[in-house]
Ligand binder design. Structure first.
Ligand SMILES: [Fe+2]
Length: 271
């Protein structure tokens, strides 16, 4: 898959920047649910962006780990958005966000067991059949571990990839945050993933409370996360479409542009 370069997640406070100019970013990721069944301003901003930038659809509501079946109306609406945006792939998270039709508005980790592998893989295979567009699965950050996991997260991801052939959206900040909070080696974790399947990388800032790292997406990318990104690119030995996520206390667009430039410089210095 051709790399798109380095982009940012589109946030409302930057709409004016894209309506009035051409910020120096290579591509944009949109939260799928914000643009499904849209009209008015949302449609205007998406149309404007599509004139100038590649767009990737990134969702939060597939709820792959939920016991609820996939929602056919949601899939239909997502397919329309993917077709409209010509998103070369689309992504969602390794988690569940709803169960028994209750929506949690949070990404909740699943139990890593063979039953979950089967449940999630069956859903991903169905989604890939319906969408006819490559799907990428993102690793999440989480704060509570279960004593009942049957396997490590890399093994869990390996098994899902083996059953589905799906791609990976590797969130390097999430790996770093989890590695501190759950006491494992971040680089060893990344080395254990099916790296050939990594189609996209996420970078974001987190908050260091001292005893715990909190995945806030509300700050500059931490230097240790930049270092882990560099090590990841050295392992991959190829450019990968990279995205800066900044969701809280979102700064002016020029700050995002400087983070994009930093990522581009790192990629350029390694490859
Ligand atoms: Fe992410």
């Amino acid at each position: 898959m051709k790399t798109l370069g380095v982009g940012i997640g589109l946030r409302r406070s930057h709409h004016k920047d894209f309506l009035n100019g051409l910020p120096q970013v290579d591509w944009l990721e949109v939260i799928s649910e914000n643009f499904m069944s849209m009209g008015g301003h949302q449609e205007n901003i998406l149309n404007k962006i599509l004139e100038n930038y590649p767009v990737i659809c990134h969702g939060v509501e597939l709820s792959l780990g939920s016991l609820d079946p996939l929602n056919p109306y949601y899939l239909k609406s997502l397919k329309s958005l993917i077709e409209k945006t010509k998103s070369p792939w689309f992504s969602d998270h390794l988690c569940f966000t709803s169960n028994n039709k209750v929506h949690f508005h949070d990404l909740i980790p699943t139990l890593r067991c063979s039953e979950s592998v089967d449940l999630i893989s069956t859903k991903i295979n169905h989604i890939q059949d319906k969408m006819k567009t490559p799907f990428a699965l993102e690793n999440i950050s989480y704060y509570v571990e279960s004593a009942h996991h049957e396997m490590s997260e890399p093994e869990f991801i390996q098994q899902i990839v083996k059953k589905t052939g799906c791609y990976l959206l590797l969130d390097v900040n999430n790996v770093f945050v989890n590695s501190f909070n759950h006491q494992y080696n971040a680089l060893e974790y990344i080395k254990s993933l099916p790296l050939d399947q990594v189609i996209q990388i996420h970078l974001a800032g987190h908050f260091d409370r001292g005893d715990v790292l909190i995945d806030t997406h509300g700050d500059f990318v931490n230097q240790q996360v930049w270092d882990l990104f560099s090590e990841t690119i050295k392992l991959l030995k190829r450019p990968v479409s990279t995205l800066i996520e900044w969701d809280n206390d979102v700064p002016e667009i020029n700050i995002l542009e400087s983070e994009v430039l930093k990522a581009k410089n790192i990629l350029g210095s390694i490859l």
